[in-house]
Ligand binder design. Structure first.
Ligand SMILES: Nc1nc2c(ncn2[C@@H]2O[C@H](COP(=O)(O)OP(=O)(O)OP(=O)(O)O)[C@@H](O)[C@H]2O)c(=O)[nH]1
Length: 277
């Protein structure tokens, strides 16, 4: 008997128990090691795929968020003779000018009257119905705002045409998605017969409600969009401008002004709204 086993017989027994336990666990440990070796490549592939998905998603999102074009155009649209060109000239120079029927677009930088002095591109579009859609097509995706000019003096006579044009504009899929601010400029308020902005709004809501019934019949019941147009307002409710995705404001203006050609225009409300864009 050596000195150690004589002095510590319990220790030798513990060592033996340990080695017994290890040899019992050996097959399990070996199995676990083999399992891990087998799983490792799969684990790594899984991690690589997950990482790739995260990277692709980030790149994709970044691309979509940054490639969003900055819309800087303010479009002047409306029926013939509603006063778009005079409004265009007044907003840019403040001066009165004799105008003619426009057959093409005119554009110029417009500095908003706000602290930041944002500069927008003001674009006057021809009002003739044969040219309307082609010019809208060209500029609609760049629109930050649409100034829809109405001749308030002969509104009663034109209500149907005005409503149809506005309906065509507001149900356009691109316009609806981009939701530019729509400023309905109820022009020619210097003429005593001119209808108020409130009355024009109410009559247009009524007229567009009727138009919606006839036009929406062609829209697909499933996704609500066919041929690049969307449903106007909320289904099952009488149409109101407040149901639209974009802000719609009705403003009273006079591009001519009460003092005629010598005097100033009355466009404060429109200029204020343009300054808020
Ligand atoms: N009394 C009055 N006349 C206006 C006002 N604004 C425009 N006009 C007149 O209305 C007529 C038509 O104005 P335009 O600016 O040429 O109209 P438009 O909308 O550009 O017409 P198109 O080019 O045909 O689309 C002109 O004789 C203008 O002087 C206004 O506020 N009051």
């Amino acid at each position: 008997m050596d000195a150690d086993s004589r002095t510590d017989p319990g220790g030798a027994m513990e060592e033996k128990e340990e080695s017994d336990m290890l040899s019992t666990l050996q097959p399990y440990i070996e199995g676990l090691r083999r399992e891990l070796e087998y799983q490792e490549p799969r684990l790594i592939i899984g991690l690589v795929v997950a990482l790739a998905v995260v990277v692709i998603t980030v790149v994709f999102l970044k691309y979509f968020l940054t490639s969003k074009t900055v819309r800087t155009a303010v479009l002047l649209v409306g029926l013939c003779d509603s006063g778009k060109t005079l409004l265009f000239v007044r907003l840019l120079s403040g001066k009165f000018k004799r105008t003619q029927t426009s057959i093409t677009d005119s554009s110029a930088p417009y500095k908003a009257k706000n602290d930041k002095a944002n500069t927008w591109t003001l674009i006057d579009l021809p009002g003739h119905d044969s040219l309307r859609s082609q010019y809208m097509e060209k500029f609609k995706s760049a629109a930050r705002a649409i100034v829809f000019v109405v001749d308030s003096a002969i509104f009663q006579k034109e209500v149907r045409d005005v409503a149809e044009f506005l309906y065509f504009l507001l149900t356009d899929a691109v316009v609806s998605r981009n939701a530019p601010t729509v400023l309905v400029a109820c022009n020619k308020q210097d003429i005593p017969m001119a209808k108020s902005a409130k009355l024009i709004q109410q009559q247009l809501e009524k007229e567009m409600n009727t138009l919606r019934v006839t036009r929406s019949a062609v829209l697909s019941a499933q996704d609500g969009s066919v041929g690049g147009s969307v449903f106007l307002g909320k289904k099952g409710k009488d149409f109101e401008f407040s149901q639209l995705p974009m802000k719609v404001e009705f403003l009273e203006v006079s591009a001519r002004g009460s003092k005629g050609e010598e005097g100033e225009a009355s466009l404060e409300s429109l200029e204020k709204s343009l300054a808020r864009l």
